[in-house]
Design a protein around this ligand. Structure first.
Ligand SMILES: [Cu+2]
Length: 455
């Protein structure tokens, strides 16, 4: 990408992003108007070696302040691109230069962190997202081709339909389910009629062209504002090697990948079933509305084939340390923090609001970290939606999911299933204000946020 010369100090930045209105041709005759980075959706790939100090110059060519957040990176709060942590915005029609060390290694991303509230053309509802790849010493294993695939919804609207169109799995233990069901009327949620992988609807873009025997490394990102997605490639398996960019202790082959807003999954697919296939969302409605892409083997020219995956169940813990049975292998935490999440249904034509320990954001400073201490944080999801919960500027380790212990899975965003519970360990080693929130934009905007400060 051509660096934008800065008038401030005369040096060119390593990377430049221009926030501006742009058109995205999702398919012939299907063009959406949005805000993007440098006229690309996803924005330009930022790729650097771990530990390199880089500068990114952001020009905001819109009429409103914007925030650019570096998701999954260890950066100080003033560079994190988050108003609540005290980062300054990129003012309208002005530039701001970000300078930080690229770490930790892995699949990271960048996106708008502007509150959208009722404006479904701001923040993560727009095309302001891109991949940020930090290459480390870890070898992901041999592969022949590498692709970056961002899952997206477009043209968001408010609807009484549930944002997560898949019903909770009846086999889930639901440890947080209250005895009495909540009979209040649910409020409006955010839905979308159009879907894409990167900037194209299924069938509209170039196919992913492969050769028999090739190993394709897929960097998957859910850059959506609202929905959890599940992806399959008929006749093939995904060898999951990293979650949120962090290598997993036990890579496993799965038929379906479930990925929530904010999450990344790195998987290697061995191309050992020649033909023309649809890599797509397993829900027919989402796939038919665009979420998919064609995978075409050399010299194969038939219609792309979709078949539903065999019985599947997404379970993070299969990627954890094997033979793990107790919490004894985790160092004892210095403190345990319980976080309880509840929904206040918005009722007819209202928006749902979200409570963290009984209160909507902001809180009175009850969430405090002490530098160097180890925290065990228990997420109690007392709502009928699944939530991808995200900590800024830190990684955590998954300790337990719905009663099942695990170890070795490091993430920055974790899905806590409907009425479910997840426990994570986090070492407070990144001083400064730290935002925690649900990565579904509407939930975050309407209360589902908390700010941790260091004592
Ligand atoms: Cu949520």
């Amino acid at each position: 990408m051509a660096p934008l010369a800065s008038k401030a100090d005369g040096h060119a930045a390593d990377f430049a992003l221009r926030i501006a209105p742009t058109l995205v041709e999702l398919a012939p005759q299907v063009v959406v108007s949005t805000i993007g980075y440098s006229d690309k959706v996803p924005g330009p790939l930022i790729r650097v070696r771990e530990g390199k100090r880089i500068t990114v110059e952001v020009l905001n060519d819109t009429d409103v302040p914007e925030y650019v957040h570096w998701h999954g990176l260890f950066v100080p709060p003033e560079s994190d691109g988050v108003a609540e942590e005290g980062s300054p915005p990129v003012p309208p029609h002005l530039r701001r230069r970000f300078e930080f060390v690229a770490k930790p290694a892995g699949s990271r991303w960048y996106h708008s962190h502007t509150a959208a509230m009722m404006d479904l053309h701001r923040g993560v509802y727009t095309g302001q997202f891109g991949f940020f790849m930090i290459d480390g010493a870890d070898d992901p294993g041999h592969y022949d081709q590498e692709v970056f695939l961002a899952l997206r919804e477009w043209e968001y609207f408010l609807s009484p339909m549930d944002q997560d169109a898949m019903a909770p799995d009846p086999d889930d233990p639901m440890p947080e389910k209250p005895r009495k069901p909540d009979l209040r009327t649910n409020g409006l949620e955010v839905s979308a009629p159009l879907y894409s992988i990167n900037d194209k609807m299924l069938g509209a873009g170039d196919p992913l062209r492969v050769q028999p025997g090739q190993r394709v490394l897929m960097h998957l990102l859910n850059a959506s504002a609202a929905e959890i997605h599940r992806l399959a490639l008929p006749g093939h398996k995904f060898q999951v090697i990293a979650l949120d960019g962090n290598p997993v202790p036990t890579p496993q082959a799965v038929d379906v990948i479930e990925i929530a807003p904010g999450e990344r999954v790195d998987a290697i697919v061995e191309m050992n079933n020649p033909g023309v296939w649809v890599l797509g969302e397993i829900r027919d409605t989402a796939r038919q509305a665009g979420m998919g892409m064609v995978v075409e083997y050399a010299n194969k020219k038939q219609r792309a084939l979709w078949t539903p995956p065999p019985n599947w169940r997404w379970d993070y813990t299969i990627f954890g340390t094997t033979g793990f049975g107790t919490n004894a292998e985790h160092p004892q935490p210095d403190h345990t923090i319980d976080m309880v999440f509840e929904k206040i249904p918005g009722g007819l034509n209202g928006i749902n609001h979200w409570l963290v320990n009984g209160k909507e954001y902001p809180h009175q400073g009850e969430f405090v970290f002490h530098q160097g201490r180890r925290y065990r944080i228990v997420f109690h999801n007392r709502s009928d939606d699944s939530h991808p919960l995200h900590f800024h500027r830190h990684l955590f380790e998954l300790v337990e999911l719905n009663g099942k212990p695990t170890a070795g899975i490091r993430k920055d965003t974790v899905i806590v299933p409907a009425f479910g519970r997840a426990t994570v360990d986090l070492v407070a080693d990144q001083p400064g204000l730290t935002l925690f929130h649900c990565h579904i934009q509407q939930h975050m905007d309407f209360g589902f946020m908390a700010l941790f400060r260091y004592a």
